[in-house]
Design a protein around this ligand. Structure first.
Ligand code: BG6
Length: 480
């Protein structure tokens, strides 16, 4: 059992979930900076005005801003070939609409990139990972407005030019399809309806019209970014990034099959069909009509989409879901992406149903559909970890999860899928995106930081650290 030569093993993070230093180095306020901590049972809140005495986890996160050298050295110790991280837009353009970039922010990422290159770690950069400048939300309700395309392009041009020759791989938007669901509006698009009222992060006042119009703006921005990247450096490779939840019909009842196909179209394929093929899929016409959504396009938009398909396809994979047409069957317990529970699968402590074979199945579906290289840029088990009396952290459950997914990736490669890399999520513990808590840990590296705001941020290797090191060393042959 071996992976292709040059397979990109590594890990993934996002700026707002690990950097901290939220108001240092000239950084502006981003949407996650106004989100409070939450928990498994209590949603985080959006506070358009910062509240004195309230805990905002992104403000210090895991203090990577000051400790990135130590962290990259640990990634290098594990043998990373690639490190996926995101640039905080607000470090480069604090309000989002400036014309001149903030040099201190550019320098920070230059140092970070150089630190990766020092260890021969390939940077894989997400341009926008759940992090819109809050200044743009206030100015134009962020991606709801077409103005955003220009701000985003200015940002892309700045970073594409600055990091030319040092970076090869870029991703335009993290989990762009999260905006096909209500939760994506603020999280991904920075869209805030009824600004002062809609403060419950999970249950915002939803407006699908804004979300889908926002997605159109993002598609145009993504296509333009692909073109611009190629113009600036023909060696640049630009990918999309999807949240992919394998979807099965709950039964072989044809009504369940149809329901599943519809869900699959909207959730798993709509955005990548546009980003990979360069045009809207026909099935969306009916969806828009039945949901009273009218996407306004400008003359020339179709040509822009056509001219900017992505070079490679990337996705996050955590769980699968089942679909049923039977309304008496309740929604899946805690599975954040909806659907109903699959009786054959177990779930994580956060209710996300674990399905390694679903990864093989999906890799085949995706590659068959688009025929471009594929990368799994997030995968992992969010779990409670405990430090033993001797200081060790024995996260065998995490090793089991990752091992079973790697085995299935290998099966997919044998099936013929051109899988080029794997970057498990939260390679170092960080703040959860959905719940805003520290207790949900994914890392190979434990960070002493807790939800009550205590902890000295010190790092320690978990059992999975050495396990993953071995996996990389043997190019996937030794899975322990
Ligand atoms: C993905 C996001 O949805 O899943 C990450 O791209 C996120 O930002 C990850 O952290 C895991 O989700 P959570 O809610 O457990 O942090």
């Amino acid at each position: 059992m071996s992976f292709p030569k040059g397979f990109l093993w590594g890990g993934a993070t996002a700026a707002n979930q690990l950097e901290g230093g939220w108001n240092e180095g000239g950084k502006g306020i981003s949407c996650p900076d106004i989100c409070t901590g939450g928990s498994h049972t209590q949603s985080k809140r959006i506070t358009p005005t910062l509240e004195e005495g309230t805990f905002y986890p992104s403000h210090m996160a895991i203090d990577h801003y000051h400790r990135f050298k130590e962290d990259i050295a640990l990634f290098a110790k594990m043998g990373f070939k690639v490190y996926r991280f995101s640039i905080a837009w607000t470090r480069i353009f604090p309000n989002g609409d400036e014309t001149t970039p903030n040099e201190e922010g550019l320098k920070f990422y230059e140092d970070l990139i150089d630190e990766c290159l020092k260890y021969n770690i390939e940077p894989l950069i997400t341009i926008s990972h759940y992090e819109v400048p809050f200044g743009l939300t206030k100015k134009c309700n962020a991606w709801a407005s077409r103005e955003m395309i220009d701000y985003y392009m200015n940002y892309c041009k700045t970073i594409f030019e600055r990091y030319k020759g040092k970076v090869k791989y870029w991703l335009t938007f993290n989990e762009i399809n999260s905006a096909t669901m209500p939760m994506g509006a603020f999280l991904s698009q920075g869209i805030l309806n009824e600004q002062e009222k809609s403060t419950d992060f999970t249950n915002q006042v939803d407006d699908p019209q804004l979300r889908f119009q926002g997605l159109h703006h993002q598609f145009i921005a993504s296509a333009k970014a692909v073109q611009l990247a190629h113009e600036i450096d023909p060696d640049y490779k630009v990918g999309n990034m999807m949240i992919y939840a394998t979807s099965y019909p709950l039964t072989c009842d044809p009504d369940d099959i149809i329901k599943n196909q519809q869900q699959n179209h909207i959730m798993n394929y709509f955005c990548s069909d546009v980003q990979c093929r360069g045009y809207y899929p026909t099935y969306m016409k009916r969806y828009f009509k039945e949901n009273n959504i009218e996407v306004t396009m400008e003359p020339g938009d179709e040509e822009i989409l056509k001219a900017g398909p992505v070079d490679f396809y990337t996705f996050s994979y955590y769980m699968s879901v089942c679909q049923t047409a039977d309304p008496t069957k309740g929604a899946g317990e805690g599975n954040i992406l909806g659907g109903v529970a699959n009786p054959y699968l177990k779930a994580s402590d956060w209710g996300w149903q674990i399905d390694p074979k679903g990864l093989r199945y999906s890799l085949n579906e995706i590659y068959d559909r688009y025929q471009i290289p594929v990368m799994v840029v997030e995968n992992g088990l969010g779990a409670y970890d405990e430090i033993e009396a001797d200081g060790s952290i024995n996260d065998d459950y995490r090793i089991d999860y990752l091992r079973s997914h790697i085995e299935q990736m290998h099966e997919a490669i044998l099936d013929g899928v051109d899988l080029i890399g794997y970057t498990p999520w939260g390679c170092i513990d960080l703040v959860s995106a959905s719940t805003g808590e520290y207790a949900k840990r994914y890392g190979f590296i434990y960070v002493e930081r807790y939800d009550d705001g205590t902890g000295d941020f010190s790092r320690r290797e978990k059992k999975s650290f050495n396990w993953y090191k071995k996996v990389i060393e043997t190019n996937g042959e030794d899975l322990g």
